[in-house]
Write a protein that binds this ligand. Structure first.
Ligand code: URA
Ligand code: SF4
Length: 223
């Protein structure tokens, strides 16, 4: 009988010291799935270790792959302005992705986003779990179906249950909404505007869970 190779995941690479800097350093050398060879670098999450919210996207895009930081391209700019309008300071939240390497296909001279598959999502999951365990957020906010299904299970439907505050095992609360990239793909300015407003509304609904008590913010010497 041919033996099936054990599923390779990042689990063996997660260091025993689970601080964010230790995790980031270990993830920089991750080769647990084939995507490490396609992207420029591991794009690890970033934000204050005491953040009360973790925002989870799908995977870094072209701009993130070059910068080595999550959500710094067009989707990131839409995220920033939407957070601001929802009353959430991006510098107060931890931002990361389900998959930490950019997956792309060539089209002419451009690198076009390709969706991560299940084995890649599974391989990368230990990093996300370790980030959540290190930050211990009050709420995990899933941006788009990939994040929502990674956190809430494959039957979760963003279209049906977006914006709802759910109780979960991974954090006291989880909320899933659309991915900002899906808003950027809206067919016309009117629907883009409407989708942006709905996105802001979903974020506004959890702003009270994200805001830190003033005392804690002062003690942490927030920027
Ligand atoms: N899309 C994502 O899901 N994550 C990023 O970091 C950028 C774009
Ligand atoms: Fe490792 Fe994730 Fe990159 Fe795959 S995508 S090599 S699991 S960090």
């Amino acid at each position: 009988m041919p033996q099936r190779a054990p599923t390779k995941t990042a689990a063996d690479l997660v260091p025993s010291k689970r601080s964010l800097p230790a995790l980031r350093e270990a993830a920089a050398g991750c080769t647990a799935c084939d995507l490490f060879a396609r992207g420029t670098q591991t794009v690890f999450g970033e934000g204050p270790p005491s953040a009360r919210a973790i925002l989870v996207g799908e995977q870094p895009g072209d701009a993130e792959d070059r910068a080595g930081r999550p959500f710094v391209g067009p989707a990131g700019r839409l995220l920033d302005t939407s957070l601001e309008q929802a009353g959430i300071d991006r510098r107060q939240v931890y931002v990361t992705n389900v998959v930490k390497h950019f997956k792309w296909e060539p089209r002419g001279t451009r690198r076009i986003h390709a969706k991560p598959n299940m084995p890649e999502i599974r391989a990368c999951r230990p990093w996300l779990e370790a980030e959540i365990a290190a930050v211990k957020p009050q709420i995990v906010i899933c941006l788009g179906a990939t994040a929502a299904q990674a956190i809430l299970g494959k039957d979760f439907r963003v279209t049906r249950d977006r914006g709802r505050i759910l109780e979960a095992e991974i954090a006291p609360f989880v909320m899933a909404t659309v991915h900002p990239s899906s808003i950027l793909r809206a067919p016309d300015p009117a629907s883009r505007h409407a989708e942006t407003e709905r996105f802001i509304e979903d974020l506004r609904g959890v702003a009270h869970l994200v805001a830190e008590p003033r005392g804690a913010r002062l003690a942490a010497g927030m920027r």
